[in-house]
Design a protein around this ligand. Structure first.
Ligand code: NDP
Length: 515
């Protein structure tokens, strides 16, 4: 596998010979495939010092110079797609298709997207004012890279969710320290090596491998932190960022609901549900985690989902087309999935498909379809992050909306109906940062659309203008080109002038007129 190769070429440096190491495991086979250093806070501080030294020249390169590196990296990713897929698959246990569709394609698109759009999103904005006192001034909002960005990523998408956030941060002109999950560090190391081959200057992007302590050390060093992971750790990161008064952007857990109305195209809804629930083994922040179906079509929808889920092949991914559902990447996750399914079954649910953890080697949980579920069950209310689809019958759309919103989370959701106007009206009533109509997950691939959670699902967003402006300090500039020696509001205060100003205010604002 790619690990030893990756390690040698990609390690960020800073680890002494006697430093602790982390073993990386292939979750589909149980084999140890490599080791990486578990960096100390001192080592992270060294990386940060080097990054800060390298950043000004990277910023000075300008958008065009940085875009050239990104576009070379885009080609590098496609030229090396098989090597990257092998690395992703080896440390996550996901299928080759999941690595290609949701990681390679995302990374390749993101390199091109940010290379082309960064300059537009970060261009100076001319502003006009209605304030008479400031009339005639030149007013500009400009965006300046913050300097050093920390990206802390999870294990479910080592390219998309970890490395992917480095791309806009770098395009904005920042240096970046990426702290990948300790479970899946090899992909980040390989990509950092690829970026160097494409001409990214030394130390502009560094990978700090390690566990939670390394993550904390990164937050201590950077000017802004982009975090993706659990709500629990997200709160810790936000607290630490607050102590340092640095901005943070958080993409956290979700419990995404799908609503299937009686007039939906049930074949499409069932195909989408099975894919959005089981792709990547259900380990996607925007996986479909619970489904509400209107009573008249409930039985037919369940029959379709059940039949499709039964046909899914699960096992060790060895190439394209070998399996449909891969392994459970994160060791404790199998216990969480099992406990949610057990809790549901104990409270009266039935598993129409699956329902069990598979015997090793490797860590697998069967694709599972649960019915007779309700909100007393963890499977309907807590993030399962595994291959489970609990389906609940509802009387009507109103009940579906109420239940979909009965959650501390608000990441994404979907609504299925042939009446797209009605479905969109329902989408607007859902408490979620993104809603797909007659689709699921797709919004994530649209880099023009902001992706960010409501409620306990996060703060801020990735993608779109906000997805790169957050890596910058915003500066407002006011230039008085005509400069009389004294303005009307300057000292000394004078009663006659003040009364004139009062009259002016009355004229401007006192007539109850809307301008
Ligand atoms: P965490 O939120 O704990 O980890 C995410 C990242 O944060 C990892 O790189 C982790 O390092 C790092 N980290 C851990 N503690 C700290 C800290 N105190 N300060 C800074 N960084 C830290 O997620 P888990 O991997 O433990 O997964 C737990 C749950 O999170 C899952 O069961 C799932 O429900 C949810 N999750 C949500 C994701 C999403 O996309 N929204 C993605 C992954 C998980 P390390 O891995 O080395 O501990």
């Amino acid at each position: 596998m790619a690990s030893t190769e990756t390690q040698a070429g990609g390690h960020a440096g800073g680890a002494a010979a006697d430093e602790r190491v982390i073993s990386v495991e292939n979750p589909a086979t149980g084999e140890v495939i490599g080791t990486v250093p578990d960096l100390s806070a001192e080592a992270v501080a060294e990386l940060a010092a080097r990054a800060r030294a390298a950043q000004p020249a990277w910023e000075a390169l300008g958008f065009e110079g940085r875009a050239r590196v990104m576009l070379r990296a885009q080609k590098w990713l496609i030229d090396n797609a098989e090597r990257v897929i092998r690395t992703i698959v080896s440390e996550t246990g996901k299928t080759w298709e999941d690595a290609q569709t949701a990681e390679i394609s995302y990374g390749a698109a993101a390199f091109g997207f940010w290379a082309r759009h960064a300059e537009d999103y970060l261009a100076d904005e001319k502003v006009r004012t209605s304030n008479l006192i400031a009339k005639g001034r030149r007013l500009v909002v400009r965006y300046k890279p913050l300097g050093l960005i920390g990206v802390i990523g999870p294990w479910n998408y080592p390219l998309t969710n970890s490395f992917g956030d480095c791309i806009p941060a770098l395009m904005a002109g920042n240096a970046v320290i990426l702290k990948p999950s300790e479970v899946t560090p090899l992909t980040s190391l390989l990509l950092a090596e690829g970026m160097r081959e494409c001409g990214l200057p030394e130390d502009v992007l560094q990978v700090a491998t390690g566990g939670g302590d390394t993550g904390r050390a990164v937050v201590d060093e950077v000017d802004m932190i982009m975090f993706t992971g659990s709500t629990r750790t997200g709160r810790l990161v936000a607290r630490q960022a607050a102590e340092r008064l640095i901005p943070c952007s958080l993409e956290l857990g979700g419990k995404d609901a799908m609503i299937v109305l009686a007039d939906a195209d049930l074949e499409r809804a069932a195909n989408t549900a099975v894919w959005a629930g089981f792709m990547n083994g259900g380990q996607t922040c925007v996986s479909t985690e619970r489904i509400y179906v209107e009573a008249p079509v409930y039985d037919e929808f369940v029959a379709k989902v059940t039949e499709k889920a039964r046909r899914l092949r699960q096992g060790v991914p060895t190439g394209f087309g070998t399996v449909d559902v891969g392994a459970v990447t994160f060791p404790p996750q199998a216990d969480i999935i099992e406990s949610h399914v057990r809790d549901a079954l104990d409270k009266g649910a039935r598993a129409l498909v699956g329902g069990r953890r598979r015997e090793g080697p490797g860590r697998f949980f069967e694709p599972t379809v649960l019915v007779d579920v309700d909100h007393s069950m963890a499977a309907m209310t807590e993030e399962t992050f595994g291959p489970t689809l609990p389906i609940m019958k509802v009387a009507d759309a109103e009940e579906a909306i109420r239940l979909a919103n009965d959650s501390p989370y608000g990441l994404a959701a979907s609504v299925f109906s042939r009446d797209v106007a009605r479905a969109e009206a329902i989408a607007r009533r859902l408490e979620a940062g993104a809603v797909n109509v007659n689709d699921a997950l797709l919004n994530y691939a649209v880099l023009e659309l902001p992706m960010g959670g409501w409620k306990a699902s996060g703060l801020g967003s990735r993608h779109g203008a906000g997805g790169i402006r957050k890596y910058c300090a915003q500066q407002a500039i006011l230039v008085s080109r005509l400069h009389p020696r004294r303005d009307v509001h300057h000292f000394p205060y004078d009663a006659r002038r003040s009364r004139l100003i009062s009259r002016l205010f009355r004229l401007l604002y006192g007539r109850g007129r809307r301008d």
